[in-house]
Design a protein. Sequence first.
Length: 399
Amino acid sequence: MNKHACSLDLDPFDAAFLADPYAHHASIRDAGPVVWLEAVGAYGMARYEEVQQALRDHATFCSSRGVGLADFSKETPFRPPSLLLEVDPPLHDRTRSLMNRIVSIRTLKEFRSSWQAKAEELVDALVERRRFDAVKDLAEVFPMAIFPDTIGLMEEGREHLLDYATIVFNAFGPRNEVFEEGNRGKEAAISWVTQACKRENLKPDGWGMQVYEAADRGDCSQDEAERLVRSFLSAGVDTTVNGIAHLVLALAEFPSEFAKLRANRNLAIKAFEESLRWDSTVQTFFRTTAREVEIGGTALPAGEKVLLFLAAANRDPTKWEHPESFDLDRNASGHVGFGFGIHQCLGQMVARLEGELIATALAERVESIRLAGPPVRRLNNTLHALESLPVEVVPTGAR
Ligand code: OVM
């Protein structure tokens, strides 16, 4: 009891780590159930068991002091805290239930056929071209074609959403070169989002206006509504963009699995789920210890930042067999790519529907997918992101 946590001198936010996080995860997992990350001045956990336990125990590993490196009890947050992500119960439970009623399975069922038509139309046009960039021409286009309309955002300036997400997800890490570079020239994105969240700029009937209508009923204040709409804009685009990009990457790198999907389209949901386990868009989040807590014989003091490596947990070999394989025969449920516990992704059903529709459209129209050039990474302090993914597809029935 009260061993010291093994100290590691790797920096999980330096360019070498962010460019290929999976090459470094084993050294963190193998060093112990909890490690001290000297470079960032925080603890780290990368094994499935401990990551899942920490996410489950939201009272001990709290979110209200920020889920980035900055401790909100000591530093001013870079923006007013999210009322979902960066709060604890009881406030969290009030805002989350209000949002859960808006992002409901019933509502998503209504969107399914129009989103499906968009996915099919988009993939049809790309298959005709044979060579395309699966990031710029597919993964960015599809969410942008459906999500801003679902929220009811103003038309003008929607392209700022991706820049805004880059800023928000970089801000969970240190103020390093990746952060500075990611912010460069993107000032307009922040002011656009501030305006876009306001009631007078939202269309009737969208999820954005529905948050204000919940405020009218007394479920939250008008100011809270504005900040809750901001959560949709922060978390709803870059996450699904890179989820879809990694789905295509997985299907290109594992042709046997794409063949299984083509033979059985019911595997589309599974394909997206497994792609999230295999390459988790949201790689990490921090928590802060609200009390002293023991992890595998090491006592962590209260008030410490702990970096949870979700993506490393999703490839922990003690939990997953041959974890680096994208494998449609495995059961990927239990992966923590959407988190776990009370903060588990609010939009997960939206993301799953988008992924399923793209996987299905590809399986119906494409015989094979191959990389037509090296994937290009876009470094971000939180997201595993692709800048470009050149692919070539062979249409079904061609050759
Ligand atoms: C929010 C928010 C922002 C970024 C990510 C996220 C993954 C939520 O503003 O609530 O969840």
